[in-house]
Design a protein. Structure first.
Length: 714
């Protein structure tokens, strides 16, 4: 939720702990410094009622309605607090203050009746256009849409900057958003305005409205926007004030469909949080491949088709087919990323948000419709173009990107070869869009498009800093996007779906965020997999003593703690359970080496090397073990064999250097150490270059080490 200044923080703390008496006292202190006659009168009335309740309590009266009255007082106090917080927030932003004043001094009547009349009137007026003469219809249509768009933009700003709603306003607005006589585009836009307002300051009436619209709406775009709105607005801090939130959501979660959609939404938000990685992948790996093999080149005069080289088939037979295969492979990878839920278009379309169209906040979130008056000039200039129509209808662009596409399409067309322009106008270019078209009306696709709209808005809108950003990870882990971790969902049927989300988080390498969600798991969900995710291998082994992952994890943990004998026991058990996996035998050998039991280690290593003579990992450990026990001639031979097989690592050069040094080949050892430093840590301090204790046990003195450091560094 939106930030608070210090003067309001004390009231907020009392509210979130549910203390009416202390909250009233803190509010009085605040109003003494920041007088507000209207709020002061409401607080005085509330204080009188609280004093009466307190008097009954002191006299030991047992009134069954007392707790209900107390809770109602807490909520009234919250309303006073929240309205002050909204007012202060608007004052702190010249942008928000500007739109607040503008819509309230425009002469518009913002009663629910007036709003309904405007929205229903637009639907009926649009239908009546069909009765107009054809030569007048276009002009009247443009005028109608222009007026309505101006009204809806103003209404969006009005709702965004609204204060806490009464229950009556909530009921009327809910009816409006569920009415079949209102245009779906208008309903979706209003839901976005309510969502932004709700995220800036929690409002129980707005929250309940979005839940009810989600539950009752027939129109999927309306329904999915409402879902995103209430899910991103959940704030556990207000559960003490509005415990009804638990009941409302719990009723909703009796539906498996709701649980499934919430799970899908949460995973889609994981992809949204991972957008930086997707953008990097697209810019560095996918886009270069598409540009390199697409048969066109970009010049200062536009895009030109590259003629086939007649000599290429002679000098490089099959090169054309290979280039086409690479292009198809790159394109398929892009489509696969998109199907998984990644936003592959952000990096490209983020450069197309500087048009005047995006000066109005509402245009970032308005559903795409071809009659939007702010794109009419662009469409007139483009004319009929079947390819663009296919893109808009069949490709899963979000609404914001569709508007960008229309506005930038004219510029692109002017830079294309004439033959390609003709192909695009006729719509002959293939899009391979059958599967995408089938998914366009699916709730998953609708929801993903809306999340893309929201993400672009909060990343690119110039005045976004004036609003609470649910994607801002600086405020808390995962922003407000990890709604699955909310206490609202604990003990509900949604518990069974948390595992899916943890898997998605770990897949995207969001381990810290995954741990936050694991903290909320119900006791019944804490099985072996849960403890593996928590890396609590001891508890996992209590439940499943022979679990391979738990044993392997415990072995690694013991080894890292230098409990080598205990780690060896784990690898013994793993070896017995999985004799086909040589890695466990190798790890046991390493444990033996760390216990200076070289002979037992060599028995295992010689056997492994015999059975797997191409395993470089075995060869590394064998060479090092021979070095440790002084069998240097054998060790150096294995190091030479290893260096011929692989690109040596810094550790390979380091260990070979130890072997050569112990053999007395000091110059060769210094060269090996030098390569190790170049390969690994060029700027490492001298103290970390050598294991002095290990060397001292083998007769290398402190003076020898200093001499070697000098030789290596000079």
């Amino acid at each position: 939720m939106g930030a608070l200044d210090i003067s309001l923080e004390r009231i907020y703390r009392q509210l979130t702990t549910g203390n009416v008496g202390r909250g009233i006292a803190e509010m009085e202190t605040y109003l003494a410094a920041w007088p507000n006659p209207q709020t002061s009168q409401k607080l005085t009335d509330l204080k009188s009622e609280y004093a009466l309740l307190e008097d009954y309590w002191l006299r030991g009266v047992k009134d069954p309605l007392m707790e209900e009255q107390y809770q109602h007082m807490l909520q009234r106090l919250y309303t006073l607090f929240a309205n002050i917080a909204i007012h202060r927030h608007l004052q702190a932003s010249s942008y928000l203050q500007g739109i607040y004043n503008s819509v309230r001094t425009s002469g518009n009547r913002w009663t629910l009746d007036a709003i309904r009349q405007e929205m229903e009137g637009f639907v009926s007026d649009t239908a009546l256009l069909e009765l107009e003469p054809e030569d007048q219809r276009k002009e009247k249509r443009q005028a109608l849409y222009k007026h309505h768009q101006q009204q809806m933009n103003a209404l969006f700003n009005y709702l965004l900057t609204s204060h806490i709603w009464t229950a009556g306003i909530g009921r009327d607005m809910e009816q409006l958003l569920l009415s079949p006589t209102i245009d779906s585009i208008d309903q979706q836009l209003l839901i976005s305005a309510i969502t932004l307002s709700l995220m800036n300051r929690f409002d129980w009436v707005k929250f309940r409205l979005l839940v009810n619209v989600y539950r009752q709406a027939v129109d999927q775009p309306v329904r999915q926007r409402a879902l995103v709105g209430w899910a991103l607005s959940i704030d556990d801090n207000y559960l003490a004030v509005f415990p009804e939130m638990r009941t409302l959501v719990a009723e909703l979660l009796q539906s498996e469909e709701v649980c499934r959609e919430l799970t899908e939404l949460q995973i889609q938000l994981v992809y949204t949080l991972d957008q930086e990685k997707v953008t990097t992948t697209f810019q560095e790996e996918i886009m270069p491949g598409l540009m390199k093999n697409n048969g066109f080149r970009i010049t200062k005069d536009g895009i030109e088709e590259v003629d086939d080289d007649p000599m290429e088939d002679i000098l490089h037979p099959g090169a054309s087919e290979e280039r086409m295969e690479k292009l198809e492979s790159t394109y398929r990878r892009m489509i696969d990323l998109e199907k998984q839920g990644a936003d592959i278009y952000f990096s490209g379309f983020s450069q197309m948000k500087r048009f005047p169209f995006f000066y109005d906040m509402s245009n970032w979130l308005v559903p795409f419709f071809i009659d939007h008056p702010d794109i009419s000039a662009y469409l007139s200039s483009i004319g009929e173009n079947r390819f663009m129509e296919k893109l808009l209808i069949h490709r899963p662009f979000c609404n914001s990107d569709k508007y960008s596409l229309v506005m930038v399409f004219q510029q692109v067309m002017n830079r294309l070869p004439s033959n390609l322009i003709d192909i695009l106008k006729r719509g002959e270019a293939e899009l391979d869009d059958e599967e995408a078209a089938d998914m366009m009306g699916h709730p998953f696709t609708i929801r993903r498009g809306y999340l893309m709209d929201l993400y672009r808005f909060f990343r690119l809108f110039p005045n976004r800093a004036a609003l609470f950003n649910p994607f801002d990870e600086r405020k808390q882990e995962a922003g407000m996007c990890l709604f699955f971790a909310s206490a609202v969902f604990q003990g509900t049927p949604l518990e069974a779906h948390k595992r899916e989300v943890v898997t998605a988080l770990l897949k995207h390498k969001m381990g810290t965020v995954a741990q936050l969600l694991l903290d909320t798991f119900d006791e019944e969900q804490r099985d072996v997999q849960y403890y593996l995710w928590r890396k609590d291998y001891e508890r996992a082994l209590e439940l499943a003593p022979d679990n391979e992952r738990a044993l392997a994890g415990q072995a690694r943990r013991l080894f890292a703690a230098q409990c080598f004998a205990e780690a060896e026991d784990c690898y013994d058990r793993l070896q017995l359970l999985h004799p086909e996996k040589t890695g466990y035998v190798l790890n046991k050998a390493v444990c033996l080496v760390r216990q200076d039991d070289y002979e037992e280690a060599l028995k295992l290593l010689f056997q492994l090397n015999y059975e797997h003579d191409d395993d470089n990992g075995v060869l590394r450990v064998l060479a090092w073990t021979l070095t440790c026990c002084g069998r240097l001639d054998q060790a150096v031979g294995h190091y030479r064999q290893l260096m011929e097989r692989v690109e040596p690592t810094a550790e390979d050069y380091q260990n070979q250097g130890y072997c050569l040094w112990l053999m007395g080949q000091t110059t060769e050892a210094a060269e090996s150490f030098r390569k190790s430093i170049e390969k690994g840590q060029p700027d490492a301090d001298e103290a970390s270059l050598f294991d002095k204790a290990w060397l001292a046990e083998r007769g290398i003195s402190d003076m020898d080490i200093k001499m070697m450091l000098s030789k290596v560094k000079n």
